[in-house]
Write a protein that binds this ligand. Structure first.
Ligand code: CIR
Length: 268
């Protein structure tokens, strides 16, 4: 069964971190309703949703993706680049502990999960304002024994790597080439966002379906024409907090194919 860990929208979301957007009023009631619809979409696509309670003092805690990277063999707790987000970790650690052995990144590493794109056994990691070289090296050392390769990708002009590129199908990437070097992804089929929609590259693949924001109709039409099966959701309020569809959940198989993950430290 596919698990989706999420967290209710904090009543303090208006105090969120912002890097590339001007602060705008966020309608909390609407944000809560939209978030509920997003979770309903994940349930409809076959996920068992585990929703953690809101963290009233942690404005960005709804964006659970940034706190961890969950692979089949282990989960890596990150060390978010924004200081205000580090207290989000303990509750995510408790939520993941029943499912995976846990590993941690240590100072001076900083990494946001939004900077890690997984495509099969390849991890692309954005070097962004939130993720540094130490983190990329520590992550590579943790995952290499499990057969993953790590490729660093320079990110500029947006918050995270996955603001600029996500996987929408097997070997198929949706990207905004203005924010990353497309040549880092040689060998993949690449679909560019519609140029009127620079924020459209963040899509969430769930099995054969793709959760995609209603805010980007031109890119949606492009994806549908290519035969992708979209499940549209409106996340307009969380978009004002610089969030999108991948950031609001941690998705993983409850029991990865091949049985229970090996314990950390044991041979891969
Ligand atoms: C932040 O700046 O950390 C939040 N306001 C938005 C985080 C969005 N996370 C993501 O895209 N993975």
């Amino acid at each position: 069964m596919r698990i989706a860990i999420a967290r209710a929208v904090s009543p303090s979301i208006a105090r969120c971190e912002l890097t590339h957007l001007e602060r705008q009023p966020i309608d909390w009631d609407l944000a809560v309703r939209q978030h509920a619809e997003y979770l309903a979409a994940l349930a409809e696509l076959g996920c068992r949703v585990i929703e953690l309670p809101a963290e009233p003092e942690l404005p960005d805690a709804v964006f659970v993706e940034d706190a961890a990277l969950v692979l089949d063999e282990l989960a890596v707790l990150t060390r978010p680049g924004a200081l205000s987000r580090r207290p989000e970790l303990p509750s995510i650690e408790r939520a993941l502990a029943p499912f995976r052995p846990l590993a941690r990144l240590e100072a001076p590493a900083t990494l946001d999960g939004g900077d890690v794109l997984r495509a099969g056994r390849r991890l692309f990691v954005g070097r962004s304002g939130r993720t540094n070289r130490e983190a990329i090296e520590q992550l590579a050392a943790l995952v290499r024994p499990h057969g993953y390769s790590v490729t660093e990708v320079a990110v500029s002009g947006c918050l995270h790597l996955k603001s600029a590129v996500t996987e929408v199908g097997e070997g198929m990437l949706l990207l905004n080439p203005a924010w990353i070097e497309a040549r880092s992804f040689a060998g993949f089929r690449m679909i560019a966002v519609d140029e009127r929609e620079p924020h459209a590259a963040n899509a969430l693949r769930v099995g054969e379906r793709v959760v995609f924001p209603t805010a980007h109709p031109h890119t949606a039409a492009r994806l549908s024409t290519l035969g992708l099966d979209l499940r549209r959701v409106d996340l307009s309020e969380l978009a004002k907090a610089e969030g999108a569809v991948t950031c609001c959940s941690l998705l993983f198989d409850e029991r990865p194919t091949g049985g229970r993950a090996p314990r950390l430290g044991s041979p891969p």
